[in-house]
Write a protein that binds this ligand. Structure first.
Ligand SMILES: [Zn+2]
Length: 350
């Protein structure tokens, strides 16, 4: 009887012990999972992110929007500034002009991983011109799985430019395609987003989108040192300026970006597309003729500002027409008496 009892009891005991061990392991696994989802996302290993574009930030490209940290209908970036729109869940790195888009600027993987999904074939047309097809708001893009619940997404890429396939293993810096304006986009840019276990993370803080903003935040977050330096907070910038013979409109620029170059018989306008202008900022428009003399000058207040500000100033031609030659336009914006940005443009009247 004792032998039988032992022979019956043994498997039960082992089974129980095995079960206990299994429970212990699975408990610790779920505890880890719980810890990951409730504490800072930084506790899960993810290599530092490199800049997901090959362009010189502040020169050939600009950061136009950050992640929105305001849970209501307001907009607040990680520094409590307004460099975002309500609910924006990524970082927009834009090119200045459509010509730059056509020249081709690379989008690269921010970290190593495996390509999860891709889309291509969507046209690069501004949503100011046509409606976006539902479900294709991101346009052409790539999603990369980095393991440990981390994913990055690259949206609005140029039609026909996506060069990776689902399942493909890639390293940080692998070219994915080119910056475009496919999907829900009004200007050529990369919308870069990062998620941990499906939750949007602000790469500038490493925290969730819903965490409170901080005016003193350094913005290093998940970026590697080079990206962090390149992506320094710059809330105001002149995107582009131009000289035009017709009343310039932002719509015209999203189609050609050049509007109509100046000619001798029509009015000459100097226009500027600015991000992050503030009410009270003062703009100065100056056009100089072929002899270097000022042919037009005007000072105007910014009365609205916001994320995007479009302004222009112009003058009718003299009765004999504009003299032929090179004209230069200079747009300067001042805040509290200090020049915060200026940009010029030279065009020829033939
Ligand atoms: Zn965006």
């Amino acid at each position: 009887m004792p032998d039988v009892m032992v022979s019956i009891a043994k498997p039960k005991v082992f089974g129980f012990l095995h079960g206990l061990a299994f429970i212990t392991i699975s408990l610790s696994v779920s505890w880890l999972a719980l810890a990951n989802s409730t504490s800072s996302a930084q506790s899960s290993p993810l290599p530092k992110l490199m800049l997901p574009v090959i362009c010189e930030v502040g020169q050939s490209c600009l950061v136009q929007k950050l992640v929105d940290h305001d849970s209501g209908s307001e907009r607040r970036d990680y520094r409590c500034g307004k460099l975002t729109t309500d609910g924006h869940d990524g970082v927009d790195i834009r090119l200045r002009t459509l010509d730059d888009m056509r020249a081709g600027y690379r989008v690269v993987a921010a970290a190593s991983g495996t390509v999860l999904r891709t889309r291509d074939g969507e046209p690069d047309i501004s949503t100011r011109v046509r409606d976006v097809i539902a479900g294709k708001e991101a346009g052409n893009g790539v999603v990369i799985d980095h393991g440990n619940g981390w994913q990055t997404q690259y949206s609005h890429m140029l039609q026909g430019s996506v060069t990776v396939q689902p399942g493909q293993k890639i390293t940080a810096g692998t070219p994915l395609g080119l910056i475009g304006m496919s999907g829900n986009s009004e200007f050529p840019h990369l919308h870069f987003s990062i998620r941990h276990n499906g939750v949007t993370i602000d790469p500038f803080t490493g925290g969730h989108q819903g965490t409170a903003c901080d005016p003193t935040a350094k913005g290093k977050g998940l970026w590697d040192p080079m990206a962090s330096t390149a992506l320094q907070y710059a809330p105001t910038a002149i995107i582009s300026v131009g000289l035009s013979s017709s009343l310039p409109s932002r719509l015209a620029m999203t189609q050609s970006n050049e509007s109509q170059p100046p000619n001798s018989t029509e009015p000459m306008f100097l226009w500027a597309d600015v991000m992050g202008a503030k009410p009270g900022d003062i703009q100065t428009f100056t056009i100089r003729g072929p002899d270097g003399q000022v042919t037009h000058s005007q000072q105007l207040d910014v009365n609205d500002g916001g994320l995007s500000w479009f302004a222009f100033s112009g003058k009718r031609p003299p009765t004999s027409g504009w003299p032929k030659g090179k004209y230069s336009g200079l747009y300067v914006i001042r805040r509290d008496g200090v020049v915060i940005a200026k940009r010029g443009r030279i065009d020829t009247v033939n």
